[in-house]
Structures are given as structure tokens and as C-alpha cells.
Design a binder for this molecule. Structure first.
Ligand SMILES: Cc1ncc(COP(=O)(O)O)c(C=O)c1O
Length: 394
């Protein structure tokens, strides 16, 4: 198709031209001084993004799934008990990764479409008088349902219970889109992947880890070799890796960090929040329902939309692709066929969002869903106009 390609799945997000150009340069020696300078710059930029002065950044070729495994095998031992918060497809998989390494995961099951209630975590930790839970596993933004849980509230709950468990957070769909404060919320591991808020092609897992997590790492007995933190930290100290790193992705990462810093993190978060709001208003004006229940937990990364009764969302997604070449996210696991997901993360602006909403409206109408054509676009446009001059100060 002619024109700009759209990719409105909730990751991978669109890779901006600047990042593409940065990655298409000649490779350099990953054991040389130019590489060491690149690594230093990238680690410095990531510390600012994770908002950590105390934490250590670790990078691995891989994806978010690799990030889960890396987090588990470096901090835990077979037989350890953890509290696993499950409110969607990805949090379920995070917990299953732990189970597959012999960890005893006590699941805190939460209804899909809602965030993890901090008071339920506090209650489970209060009951754990012997401190058997070694960690709490949680996903900040559950990409399968479009829900963001409050990590600040979880930290408060853990402190209220005076529980020493590690706080291990998946921030795959939130870093670079939504507020995240590694030091302030005393996270022990925050793991993410390249292809979401960082606007890179897939291929890298990124972790911030606390001193407390490093301490746990020294006694953790899960088998590990490639994922081992100590070897990477030692090698990084003089600017290198113990294996051949993903050099082109690191070029791209340096550029995307520069873009985020030029825009200003607060502005990046505000842009995501405003476009997400406009998207939700548009969808509701189309008379469709959001899958997330509580407005306080709406994700600014993506919107999950319940498919109207009698329609299959997988078929609708195929229809949208054929009609206007617009890829949308499918319903995963338990909600397969029941919802579609709109990614509005990374490098996206107002006009692009309006294009997406217009395409969805046309596709719904021609798919047979009864809706007032144009109402969704009008609602989003009205909101964007109302908020047009509300820029955050830099
Ligand atoms: C919240 C979350 N965690 C983990 C993953 C798994 O990441 P990957 O597909 O990069 O392995 C995803 C993927 O979309 C995700 O959304």
C-alpha cells in the first residue's frame, strides 16, 4: 500500500526514521573504545529513564520473555516461594516462567480487566509471618487487557506489611510510556524489552536491578549461564560484554534515548496519556466498551476494546487489515476472539491516532457493527482540541 505503514499492535511499535538511520551505520568492534563509549552513554541514558541512581542496568540480546527468565534465575532458587499476581495473559506467563524453574508460585488471581489490588498483596504478606515469600511478581501494564497496576501502591503495601520480599516488576509495556520510579518505589528488578516505549525493533531485554537484588543474586541457585548478571556486570565495567552484543540495536537505543530526553520524560508521559484519553473517548463514542473496568487503571500504552456481542474480534482484525491495512492486537488466551487492542505507544502523534480511529470506525461499520459513522472521530477531535494548549512545562 502507498503511504505511511501503520502498526497499531501494542508492540512492536513504529520505529522512527531517526532510529532506523542510527541503526544503519557500519558496525564497530565490540571490544574497542568506540563501543565502550557507546555502552557508557546508553547505560547512563537508561538510568535516567528507569529513574534510578542506585540501580544497575543490564542488557541482553533477547525479548521480554528472556527478561522474565533472566530476572527469575538470577534472584531465586528452586523451591523458593513467591507471590505471583495474575491479571492477564502476560502476568500468567511471567508466573509460569518461575514455575518452570522450580519456584513455588502462590498465585494471587485477579479478574482480567482489573489491576492488582495492593491491599490483597498486603493481606497475603501480613499472613506470611515466617517471610517464606522471597518475591512478589507483578506486571505494571498488562498488555492483554490494557490495565496498569500501581507499583507505588504495591510498594506501600509491602512496606506496611514490613515484608522483605523482592519486588520483581515487568515494565515491558510501560517503560517510556508511563511513569516509572525505580528508586522511589524501591523496585528490585524492573525488566523490559526493546520494541515498545523504546521504539526499537525487537531483540533486546533490558533490566534495572537493585543492590538488594544483586545481594540475592549471590546466593540464588537457579541454573544460569548466558543470563548470569555477574559476568555481564564485570565485563560492562570496562565497557564490554562477555558475548557479542546487539551492536546495531545499541546504536538505535542511543538514538531513541536521545529522542525521549529531547522531548522530556514528563512530556512523553503526557503525550501518551492525552492520546490514550482521546482514543478511549473515540471508542466510547462509537458505542463500544473498554475492556478495562476502572478509569484509574486505564493504560496509556494501549486500549483493549470489547467486541460487541455476536462478533468475533479475530475476524474483525482480519477485516480491518484487508480493508485499510491496519494491524490491530488480538485477544490473547482467555479473551481470544472477544477483544481487540489498539497500541498507541512510542512514536505516535495526534494525526496518526485520528487515522487509526477513522480506520477502525470504517472497519466496524463495514463489518456490520451498528454505529454512528464519524462519532468516534468527532469525540477524539473534540478532546484533542480542548487539550491542545495544555502542554506540560519542560
Ligand atoms: C507485559 C509484557 N510482558 C512480556 C511480554 C513478552 O515479551 P516478548 O514478546 O518480547 O518476549 C510482553 C509482550 O508483548 C508484554 O506485553
Amino acid at each position: 500500500m502507498a503511504g505511511r505503514p501503520f502498526l497499531q499492535i501494542p508492540g512492536p511499535s513504529i520505529v522512527p526514521e531517526r532510529v532506523v538511520r542510527a541503526m544503519s551505520q557500519s558496525l564497530i568492534d565490540h571490544r574497542g573504545p568506540t563501543f565502550a563509549a557507546l555502552l557508557r552513554e546508553v547505560l547512563h541514558g537508561l538510568k535516567a529513564l528507569f529513574r534510578t541512581a542506585e540501580g544497575h542496568i543490564l542488557l541482553f540480546p533477547g525479548s521480554g520473555t528472556g527478561g522474565w527468565e533472566c530476572c527469575i534465575v538470577n534472584t531465586l532458587s528452586p523451591g523458593d516461594q513467591v507471590l505471583g499476581c495474575v491479571n492477564g495473559y502476560f502476568s500468567d506467563l511471567f508466573c509460569r516462567t518461575a514455575t518452570s524453574h522450580g519456584i513455588d508460585v502462590q498465585r494471587l488471581e485477579v479478574e482480567y480487566g482489573t489491576g492488582v489490588p495492593a491491599d490483597a498483596i498486603e493481606e497475603r504478606l501480613q499472613r506470611d509471618k515466617d517471610h517464606r515469600f522471597k518475591a512478589v511478581l507483578i506486571v505494571q501494564t498488562e498488555t492483554s487487557t490494557g490495565v496498569t497496576s500501581s507499583l507505588a501502591a504495591v510498594r506501600k503495601a509491602m512496606d506496611a506489611a514490613a515484608h522483605p520480599a523482592l519486588l520483581l516488576a515487568d515494565v515491558v509495556s510501560s517503560l517510556g510510556c508511563t511513569d516509572l520510579r525505580f528508586d522511589e518505589w524501591k523496585l528490585d528488578v524492573a525488566l523490559t524489552a526493546a520494541q515498545k516505549g523504546l521504539m526499537l525493533p525487537p531483540g533486546m531485554a533490558l533490566l534495572a536491578v537493585s543492590e538488594k537484588a544483586l545481594e540475592a543474586n549471590r546466593s540464588a541457585r537457579c541454573a544460569r549461564s548466558f543470563w548470569d548478571w555477574q559476568a555481564v556486570l564485570e565485563s560492562n565495567a570496562d565497557g564490554h560484554f562477555p558475548y557479542t552484543p546487539a551492536t546495531a540495536l545499541l546504536f538505535g537505543l542511543r538514538e531513541s534515548l536521545k529522542m525521549l530526553s529531547e522531548e522530556g520524560l514528563e512530556n512523553v508521559f503526557y503525550r501518551h496519556a492525552r492520546l490514550a484519553d482521546a482514543c478511549r473517548k473515540g471508542i466510547e463514542a462509537m458505542t463500544l466498551k473498554l475492556f478495562a473496568r476502572d478509569p484509574a487503571e486505564y493504560s496509556n500504552t494501549l486500549t483493549a476494546v470489547s467486541m460487541p456481542e455476536g462478533f468475533d474480534s479475530d475476524l474483525f482484525i482480519n477485516h480491518t487489515l484487508t480493508l485499510v491495512d491496519l494491524p490491530l492486537g488480538k485477544g490473547l488466551g482467555k479473551v481470544k476472539g472477544k477483544l481487540f487492542r489498539i497500541g498507541h505507544l512510542g512514536s505516535i502523534n495526534e494525526l496518526e491516532l485520528l487515522g487509526v480511529l477513522g480506520g477502525i470506525e470504517m472497519a466496524l461499520k463495514s463489518f456490520g457493527v451498528k454505529l454512528p459513522l464519524g462519532a468516534g472521530l468527532a469525540a477524539a477531535e473534540t478532546y484533542l482540541l480542548e487539550t491542545a494548549d495544555k502542554r506540560l512545562p519542560l
